[in-house]
Ligand binder design. Structure first.
Ligand SMILES: Nc1ncnc2c1ncn2[C@@H]1O[C@H](COP(=O)(O)OP(=O)(O)O)[C@@H](O)[C@H]1O
Ligand SMILES: [Mg+2]
Length: 335
């Protein structure tokens, strides 16, 4: 896709979300920029602590208050009617209206979002009633249809079950049914398959792909797993210490990773060629910096094999290196 043909529904620009505490200011998200197009899956990939969940919660308006605050940046969302909203500035009532109905989220652990005291059918019906109204019977019928859509066998019986009666994979399907009950245009999936074993994970990824093809929804897929990225993403934004450091189409990213951090990440994946050569995997030396004390300039510089003094002078900009391929590194020259 070329820049002009991507139909952007969600545009995050220079987002900074910080946490204020007695220990200081944690700059968990400190310059996140990406665009999500209609019908597209954008993977946000990065190590644990890089700010992926805080980015998702900022979009949803679900930051823990008052410690977490959006300090700068825009979160432009285009609603069903074509109207643009800056979710970074939106009122609580606008966020409530958009959340669930237009942007929905699923989490790694379904039990944090499912209520153990209600049947799964009642929970899905409740979401439908809250956003669309109508009768309880009609909402329950919709709940059963949603369970069928997410391929839960014997949906007519399972609609009356409680979350604890289901396996982890089935519960994640219920979460997806709940998230999609109001037909949102954007689904944020925060590590939705991380707690599942690999076969169930593959089934859930298949399901999400199929549902996306049917509905044309956009998916922001948060993961630390590059194998999952290769399976599901059209585009990838790589995060490091609260910033997007590279953004490219999925083939392009795996084909010609550009930022030294992305190159390091990719060299950590075992390949057949590597196994055959009997060489060792090369982990990136050093650790992710603390968000309470980010290093100046490029936050990856202290671990970077090609860093030079200029790298610590100023935060590099996220710039195009090829068409549709951006990197935040002064050592990379645009082609
Ligand atoms: N409620 C909070 N209060 C203070 N710091 C937080 C809070 N939530 C997250 N953080 C910090 O923000 C950083 C990014 O967290 P998170 O977005 O959850 O990372 P990821 O999802 O990429 O693993 C972490 O260093 C984390 O400690
Ligand atoms: Mg997370």
């Amino acid at each position: 896709m070329t820049a002009s043909s991507r139909d952007i529904v969600l545009s995050v620009d220079g987002l900074k979300t910080w946490f204020h505490s007695r220990d200081g200011v944690a700059k968990s998200v400190d310059g996140v920029t990406f665009d999500l197009a209609r019908g597209e899956t954008l993977a946000i990939v990065g190590e644990s602590g890089s700010g992926k969940s805080v980015t998702s919660l900022s979009i949803m308006g679900l930051l823990p208050k008052p410690a977490g605050r959006i300090e700068a940046g825009k979160i432009l969302f285009r609603d069903r009617g074509g109207k643009h909203h800056d979710l970074a500035q939106a009122s609580a009532s606008t966020l409530r209206r958009i959340r669930g109905a237009e942007i929905a989220m699923i989490f790694q652990e379904p039990m944090t979002s499912l209520n153990p005291l209600y049947t799964v059918g009642d929970q899905i019906a409740e979401a439908v009633l809250q956003h669309e109204g109508g009768s309880h019977a009609a909402a329950l019928k919709r709940a059963q249809e949603m369970l069928e859509r997410v391929e839960i066998p014997a949906a007519a019986r399972r609609v009356n079950e409680y979350p604890h009666q289901m396996s982890g994979g089935m519960r994640q399907r219920v979460m997806i049914a709940l998230a999609l009950a109001c037909n949102p245009s954007v689904l944020i999936a925060d590590e939705p398959t991380t707690a599942l074993d690999v076969t169930v994970q593959a089934q859930i990824l298949d399901l999400l792909r199929r549902l996306q093809a049917e509905s044309g929804m956009s998916i922001l897929f948060v993961t630390h797993n590059l194998g999952v990225v290769a399976e599901i993403a059209h585009r990838v934004a790589v995060m490091y210490a609260g910033r997007v450091v590279e953004d490219a189409g999925v083939y392009d990213l795996f084909e010609r990773p550009t930022h030294p951090y992305t190159r390091g990440l990719l060299s950590c994946i075992p390949t057949a060629a590597l196994l055959a050569s009997r060489e060792r995997l090369q982990p990136i030396p050093g650790n992710v910096p603390s968000v309470l004390a980010l290093p100046p300039g490029c936050t990856f510089a202290p671990r970077c094999p090609i860093a030079e003094p200029a790298c610590t002078q100023a935060v590099p900009e996220l710039l195009p290196v090829w068409p549709e391929h951006l990197a935040r590194c002064i050592k990379v020259t645009p082609q």
